[in-house]
Ligand binder design. Structure first.
Ligand code: ADP
Ligand code: ZN
Ligand code: MG
Length: 481
């Protein structure tokens, strides 16, 4: 076993399903909203009633073109939908409209870097990318006696992205999925939320000795977290090596991975395309994609995550690490940019969002303050009207009350004392009242100045700027010599 582990490598190819961010379904006008009451978002088309006819949603094609562009694929000038026949209770039509013969995009490539070693990059080729409809959802009762079906998800548009078997480890798979998520998310194509099922992953895995032909693969379907992807890869690699070590052969099959036990069980020998009796979908016409249409989609693509990071660093001087964290989530990046656009100094805004706002923000919920209000607060800080401690205090208040920061500062008398004469008088008084500290300072004790700054700040009831006070004290000490 150990020996096999050392001489064999794991080979992985992925099939990723991403739900599209369209308002309506792929072949009808029903809403794609998540979380509605069961069977409230369906019609004769998405449930396949006799006499109903599908009509292709133009936005789905545009999202697929956009995905092709961000994954460096070739885009077919003519593409069409195909019918994949099978029965399952969550599929009322008994067929799925998908693409087999002429998928919209093919021959792509994605460069990925692993987080561990930023220098270590690898390329994953994209075999194809196609459009299809999702199926409904079965809900099984706890006693196992009956199952319920919710057709709301029938006809929700999906992209299926199929890679070549170019991945060699769980680390590479996770790094690739994160890169894929970033690209689809920032292009506005899909939310790619694995926990909500808007991104699902099928892992195809085999083992072989490098330099020899690929081994027989098995497929594990519908993994819905990075954790289960990692677990499934480790467990299936181990299982296949054990089969080989015992002199057996791996069987090509679909296996179900159980997150609770960390093991996979064989479900069925793998079905082939022929089993589905695919044929061109007769109810939908050929889809023609002109170069002009592609150019239009390209022109309307929002900035990618990398482009945004580069902009934050070059135009606004943000540290690379801050730019990385701020773009982890596209909503946070949008919020940050709106705060900067509302007049906050970008560097300060980035820092404040990362340290203060993200700490109190609950994911998926609206931000607790508006970008405009935060910008107003940060301008007060940048202009030296308030200090950082006061800024944080006001921010905490803003979370529970609708406060206009500038007005609040005025009303509460929180402005820093900026009157030069008053500041100087206070500094001089503190020096007179603390002759020992002054003596210490003169004897070369650097720490004494810190004490004097503290005392002056106290006399100003916290409404001073430490650096400014230090300057005034040093000046006054010079004069008094
Ligand atoms: P099928 O047409 O039977 O679904 P494909 O050739 O389309 O098979 O491949 C499906 C997926 O399996 C792809 O993601 C591909 O990268 C992956 N794959 C193919 N061969 C292997 C292999 N030997 N080991 C691991 N993954 C593989
Ligand atoms: Zn419908
Ligand atoms: Mg396939």
């Amino acid at each position: 076993m150990t020996e096999l582990r050392e001489t064999y490598e794991t080979v992985i190819g992925l099939e990723v399903h991403a739900e599209l961010r369209t308002e309506t379904k792929i072949f009808c006008g029903c809403s794609t909203r998540f979380g509605a009451a069961p069977n409230t978002l369906c019609c004769p088309v998405c449930t396949g009633q006799p006499g109903s006819l599908p009509r292709l949603n133009r936005r789905v094609v545009e999202h697929a073109i956009a995905a092709g562009l961000v994954l460096d694929c070739r885009i077919r000038r003519e593409t069409r939908m195909d019918r994949k026949n099978y029965f399952y209770p969550d599929l009322p039509k008994s067929y799925q409209i998908s693409q087999l013969y002429a998928p919209i995009c093919y021959d792509g490539a994605v460069r990925v870097r692993t987080p561990q070693e930023a220098a270590e990059k690898f390329t994953v080729r994209i075999h194809e990318l196609h459009m299809e409809e999702d199926a409904g959802k079965l809900i099984h009762s706890e006693d196992g006696k009956h199952s319920l079906v919710d057709y709301n998800r029938c006809g929700v548009p999906l992209l299926e992205i199929v890679t070549e078997p170019d991945l060699r480890s769980a680390e590479q798979v996770v790094a690739f999925l994160k890169e894929l998520r970033d690209r689809l998310l920032y292009a506005g194509i899909s939310d790619c939320r694995m926990q909500e099922g808007s991104m699902r992953v099928d892992v195809n895995l085999s083992v072989h000795k490098p330099g020899t032909p690929l081994g027989t693969r098995t497929e594990m379907k519908n993994l819905s977290s990075f954790r289960s992807v990692r677990q499934a890869i480790a467990a299936e690699t181990k299982r296949q090596l054990a089969v080989l070590a015992a002199g057996g052969a791996v069987r090509q099959e679909t296996r179900r991975f159980d997150e609770a036990t960390g093991e996979s069980v064989g479900m069925r020998s793998k079905e082939n395309a022929e089993d589905y009796r695919y044929f061109p979908e007769p109810d939908l016409p050929l889809i023609r994609i002109s170069p002009e249409w592609i150019a239009q989609v390209k022109a309307s693509l929002p900035k990618s995550r990398r482009e945004r990071q580069a902009y934050y660093a070059s135009a606004w001087g943000l540290p690379a690490y801050d730019a990385e964290l701020l773009t982890e989530d596209a909503d946070v990046a949008d919020f940050f940019e709106r705060t900067a656009a509302a007049g906050a100094p970008p560097k300060e805004a980035g820092k404040f969002i990362l340290t203060e706002l993200l700490r109190v923000r609950k994911e998926g919920e609206p931000f607790p303050v508006t970008p405009e209000a935060l910008a107003e607060l940060l301008r007060l800080l940048a202009d030296g009207r308030i200090n950082r401690t006061t800024a944080k205090e006001i921010f905490t208040r803003m979370l529970s009350e609708p406060i206009a920061p500038a007005e609040y500062v005025k009303a509460q008398g929180l402005s820093l004392v900026s009157d030069e004469t008053a500041l100087r008088e206070t500094a001089e008084r503190i020096l007179r009242e603390n002759p020992e500290a002054v003596q210490d300072y003169r004897n070369g004790k650097q720490k004494a100045i810190g004490y004097l700054v503290g005392q002056t700040m106290k006399a100003l009831r916290g409404r001073g700027q430490a650096e400014r006070i230090r300057g005034l004290l040093e000046e006054a000490l010079g004069r008094l010599e």
